[in-house]
Ligand binder design. Sequence first.
Ligand SMILES: Cc1cc2nc3c(=O)[nH]c(=O)nc-3n(C[C@H](O)[C@H](O)[C@H](O)COP(=O)(O)OP(=O)(O)OC[C@H]3O[C@@H](n4cnc5c(N)ncnc54)[C@H](O)[C@@H]3O)c2cc1C
Ligand code: SF4
Length: 495
Amino acid sequence: MGKITGFKEYKRQATPERDPLTRTKDWKDYKLPQAEEEVKIQGARCMDCGIPTCHTGTDMNKLTTGCPVNHLIPEWNDLVYQDQWKEALDREHERNNFPEFTGIACPAPCEGSCVLGINEPPVAIRSIERAIIEKGFDEGWVKPEPPKIRTEKQVAVVGSGPAGLAAAAQLNKAGHHVTVFERDDRVGGLLTYGIPEMKLSYDVVKRRVDILEKEGITFKTNVDVGNDYPVDDLEEDFDAVIMCGGATNHRDLVVEGRELKGVHFAMDFLHANTKSLLDSDLKDGNYISAKDKDVIVIGGGDTGTDCIATSLRHECKSLTQFDYNERKPDERDDTTNPWPQWPVIHRVEYGHKEAKAVFGEDPRAYQVLTKKFVGDESGHIKEVHTVNVEQYIDENGNRMKKEIPGTEKVWPAQLVLLAIGFTGPEQGLIKEMGVKTDPRSNVKAEYGQYKTNKKGVFAAGDMRRGQSLIVWAINEGREAARECDRYLMGATQLP
Ligand SMILES: Cc1cc2nc3c(=O)[nH]c(=O)nc-3n(C[C@H](O)[C@H](O)[C@H](O)COP(=O)(O)OP(=O)(O)OC[C@H]3O[C@@H](n4cnc5c(N)ncnc54)[C@H](O)[C@@H]3O)c2cc1C
Ligand code: SF4
């Protein structure tokens, strides 16, 4: 513990952000680098707890609590305070192949379970994590480290999201020949084509992928396994396969008028925007534009926030985000949501701050149920009809919603984005591979084992656990690599 009284002396200071209004004019990172001296002070706030709840990742009350990759948080907090950045970086890489992805975009369940957070703002763990890895890149400490000895084993990883990248990195470290197949034209999965540029830039993904390539991993993009590359060939050409295809089957909203032009899935909007942005700085026009439109985002989660931030950069005319649920409380409810659970509280995310800066108010409308979409004579969306709902508990103790009479409302809209979640992985590859699924349509493979019903075929990340977080995908990719290595070699030294 670097400074025994640090937590009493210093206030929390997370990574600073750019001015919300100015940043909507470009697609650059909405955050600013944090001064090194400030990061050191933040490290001094850590109490080096006897039981560091921050680094023990688990699910509590269906929410992630603590760090799923079991980051050595108290150790690197202390090392940063002691100015030992290189050692701090080594500690980060011990548990996480890609601290830059989590340091930028993880919701930081570690902070939700930080002991200091019981009665003070928690240690700014994510900000410190990001500062360490960025210094590592700046100083040239992060460089390719190819394995010294190669095995004869060939492993295919299907999907290049964080799970696939982590699995590939670990298997390559063990000396196997790894090929990553990706159906998109760029590597990264949802890191590239889900999370928008201003939150997690493609340069950050590419910077890491370049290192992985130099370490010996082969990336094959524009290859849809099961279509462009038959699974029979895959099984013949490789000694083992790890399926990391994600879980991006959209949840649809089945209401009257759903077929109208201008009603899109959020992912179609976000994917096309990033592709056009990276290909041509949006000059090719191959994206769904929100310019001068009244935009309604249906869904109160993070994907919805990304749609808000993207629409603002297109210069939309107005913006509303519907949330079916009530506004969450400002403070956690200690009886139903006690520490160290992830605090279920009202959060103002980057997109909400930006919307307020542009339009003068938070864009969210709560307890809103979409009843129907109404179009104009050309079949284009013109209005969204809604009613408000309220929660009640039925005779069996279940939480239910009922409509509140007299709260019907009509909203003008020329663009509607559906961000109401995902139902599981796409089933095409799963069927082709002949692997079994669980009742939620995810690939059936036990956590910690990752083995499917087919010999030599493993599954990890969202494709196994359902739509989740980057940090869980990294955890599963690493662990699936360990089990795959054990299968190939009879024993493993991978963590
Ligand atoms: C809009 C959005 C924003 C998000 N923001 C955050 C965030 O800020 N923080 C966070 O922690 N989590 C966030 N998430 C969740 C997070 O991105 C995912 O949990 C994580 O990316 C899952 O990683 P994965 O590797 O399992 O799958 P994915 O990232 O989905 O990658 C799967 C890859 O497999 C490829 N693939 C699928 N089938 C085939 C095939 N047959 N052949 C070849 N390739 C194939 C896909 O093209 C894709 O590239 C967000 C999710 C979305 C949708
Ligand atoms: S729980 Fe918080 S204060 Fe305790 S070791 Fe972890 S980061 Fe430090």
